[in-house]
Write a protein that binds this ligand. Structure first.
Ligand code: 5RP
Length: 220
């Protein structure tokens, strides 16, 4: 089965987590795009939909969904998003699509966070995927030097700005053996807006599509 088919199957299974009247947060990326494509069928059952990026907002609107702001809705009942990597503690790397800051806000504001992945994203140790870090532009060099000290290999995303007008540095070669501690430590670097480790607010549920099945795992 292709990776795209697995992403679609995980996304479609996640529809079952949406309860009637829910305020739903929608993540960003190719996996979530499959979810968005299926949302019009259940839109009448939703109280509100909040987007984690301009790209997601545009796709939702193109499919006829109304998009609300988090300031209007208050906390979310459910947030559904993909990930670049996930481990058995439901810690994640996110931000491959550059939407990590808004994604982290929506995840924090959600009572339940369902993460949808294909099995290529399931890892023993986070860090094979370069860690995205959103950085205030004037601090990009400074923050890069701090990651070199942490034995990472920072690469600035060329000609790229986030929805918040910031840069993204992708840090290669990090072994994220202690996600909770590293999230906190990297987040404290002056100039860092958000680090793409999601450990302080991990996923609650991981829906993972493999060649043969869809595994639904709950964090205990
Ligand atoms: C965007 C993200 C995405 O969830 C992550 O990059 C996974 O993307 P895809 O579903 O395209 O594999 O964090 O910022």
């Amino acid at each position: 089965m292709s990776q795209s088919d697995k992403k679609r199957r995980a996304a479609e299974r996640a529809l079952e987590y949406i309860e009637p009247g829910a305020i739903l947060g929608v993540g960003t990326g190719s996996t979530v795009n499959h979810l968005i494509d299926a949302l019009p069928d259940i839109a009448p059952r939703l109280s509100a939909v909040v987007a984690s990026s301009r790209a997601t907002e545009a796709r939702l609107r193109a499919r006829g969904l109304e998009v609300s702001e988090l300031e209007q809705t208050g906390d979310l009942d459910l947030y559904i998003d993909g990930a670049d990597e996930a481990n058995k503690h439901f810690h994640l790397i996110k931000g491959g699509g550059g939407a990590l800051t808004r994604e982290k806000i929506l995840a924090a504001a959600a009572r339940r966070f369902v993460c949808i992945i294909d099995d290529s994203k399931w890892v023993a140790t986070l860090g094979s995927f370069p860690l995205p870090v959103e950085v205030i532009p004037m601090a990009a060099d400074f923050v890069s030097r701090q990651f070199v000290r942490a034995r990472g290999r920072p690469v600035l995303r060329e000609d790229y700005r986030t929805d918040n007008g910031n840069c993204v540095i992708d840090v290669h070669d990090l072994r994220i053996t202690n996600p909770l501690e590293m999230e906190q430590r990297f987040n404290q670097l002056p100039g860092v807006v958000t680090v793409g480790i999601f450990a302080q607010r991990p996923a609650d549920v991981i829906v993972m599509a493999t060649d043969n099945e869809i595994r639904e795992m709950n964090r205990v």
